[in-house]
Write a protein that binds this ligand. Structure first.
Ligand SMILES: Cc1cc2nc3c(=O)[nH]c(=O)nc-3n(C[C@H](O)[C@H](O)[C@H](O)COP(=O)(O)OP(=O)(O)OC[C@H]3O[C@@H](n4cnc5c(N)ncnc54)[C@H](O)[C@@H]3O)c2cc1C
Length: 411
């Protein structure tokens, strides 16, 4: 089978290596417009579940990813000069470049041709192949030009900037900073190699009010370094080299596609769907697409249409929950002024409960109280189940009213 993957991100590379691993006779090419050593974005988080899945699919690359990943055990919410700590709430962070290097190297070692610096231009230039996997990212040219996928693309209200820093954040940290134009916050996590990802976000009004749209990239970084000086311990912020005022700032694009395949073309990863980065799941879902696509092609040899239909059905169903979570998560951060006056422990409890469909419809303090009560009932129910007759004695020692979420506050 001749396969061409347009785009050498996690979806394209992982699919290519899996297919080659399962059937060395396949002729597989990955066409990637960037050079081998340049990618957009800093690092991403990967959950423990994904690493286990990678070990099942290809222990060789999984081992390398595991070794390169930086383990963050805790999460911290830093607001109003207080830090609320969630022990054990973290995952793994890895530099995007390192992840792609590992996948490209493994794919090439198995015999996949990876052509860097090869941009697929108009759809008429699509390579001759039995199967074309369009895994060319959120702005997929193949998806847009083919027109058959009926994609819906929505722009988020907030602005974000994907930066790095040489400060190593040991815990996944949400850092919130007030300004006279509104809140600015950052998601910070270690990614190995003495670096961390540092994603800055704020409302469009705050962004305009602070002048980020007119500042050069370097001046913009200086303003952000000043704003976050309490978190950076004199480490610099690192941008990607881009010209022009306001460069690098984006509004997140949420993509959904009604159809995932058309003839010999199939979508995978961000080309098919995106989920807001505040749920840290886009890379995971892209790799899961690759696993599902390879699995379905293997299950239905000789019937590509059936394989693609089954892949589309399976992945659409799997995406329902993450897409809903991502929508609520994005909306929570777009409504930050609704929550920012809460006490630090209330704010961070609601930040962690932001995927609830109920939260936008209830006053935040009332929701927080309900959340506490439900947690207490759950904890008590679990104690009763586990301890049986001994539970009564323990109930009398348990003090309702304490945060039941396992968080702790540091000043
Ligand atoms: C700020 C931010 C933070 C994120 N953090 C996380 C996180 O913590 N955890 C997580 O799981 N996900 C995260 N994500 C999401 C994640 O980055 C994406 O979901 C993931 O990269 C999707 O993989 P992909 O292979 O589908 O697409 P991409 O990684 O976008 O790869 C597409 C590739 O196609 C290439 N390409 C595009 N057009 C062409 C063309 N015409 N010809 C040839 N090549 C082409 C591009 O150069 C690119 O290399 C984050 C996203 C953002 C924006």
């Amino acid at each position: 089978m001749r396969i061409a993957c347009v785009g050498g991100g996690p979806a394209g590379l992982y699919f290519a290596l899996l297919m080659k691993l399962r059937e060395p006779g396949h002729d597989i090419t990955v066409l990637e417009r960037n050079t081998a050593d340049s990618t957009q974005g800093w690092g991403v988080t990967l959950g423990r579940d994904l690493l286990e899945e990678l070990h099942r699919c290809d222990p060789v690359s999984a081992q390398e990813i595991h070794q390169a990943a930086f383990s963050q055990f805790d999460q911290v919410v830093d607001i109003h000069g207080r830090q609320v700590l969630y022990p054990g709430g973290g995952g793994y962070g890895i530099s995007r470049q390192r992840l792609l290097d590992i996948l490209a190297c493994r794919a090439q070692g198995l015999g996949v041709r990876v052509e860097f610096g090869h941009e697929v231009m108009p759809a008429s230039q699509l390579p001759t192949a039995d199967l074309i996997v369009a895994c060319d990212g959120v702005n997929s040219r193949v998806r847009q030009e083919a027109g058959a996928f009926q994609a819906d693309v929505r722009l988020g209200d907030n602005k974000y900037l994907w930066l790095g820093t040489s400060k190593v954040f040991e815990s996944f940290t949400y850092a919130f900073v007030p300004t006279d134009r509104g809140w600015v916050w950052a998601y910070c996590y270690g990614i190995g190699g003495g670096q961390s990802t540092f994603i800055v976000e704020c409302s469009s009004e705050t962004w305009a009010g602070l002048g980020f749209g007119t500042l050069s990239p370097q001046d913009g970084l200086s303003v952000l370094e000043k704003l976050f000086e309490g978190h950076l311990d004199e480490h610099p912020l690192l941008g990607q080299v881009q010209p022009g005022p306001g460069a690098g700032w984006l509004n997140f694009r949420t993509v959904t596609s009604r159809r995932w395949y058309d003839g010999r073309i199939v979508l995978a990863g961000d080309a098919a769907h995106t989920t807001h980065y505040t749920t840290g799941s886009g890379t995971i879902l892209a790799i899961e697409d690759a696993i599902a696509l390879a699995g379905n092609l293997q299950r239905h040899p000789g019937d590509q249409k059936l394989a693609l239909a089954s892949y589309e059905r399976q992945r659409k169903a799997a995406l329902r929950r993450p897409q809903s979570d991502a929508r609520f998560s994005a909306r929570w951060f777009e409504s930050i002024s609704r929550y920012a006056d809460l006490e630090a422990h209330e704010f961070s409890a609601l930040l962690h409960g932001r995927q609830s469909p109920l939260l936008p419809h209830l006053p935040p303090r009332l929701y927080h109280r309900l959340h506490q009560v439900t947690e207490e009932v759950t904890v008590l129910g679990e104690l009763r189940r586990r301890l049986g007759p001994k539970a009564k004695a323990l109930y009398s020692r348990y003090k309702p009213g304490q945060p039941g979420s396992g968080s702790a506050i540091r000043d």
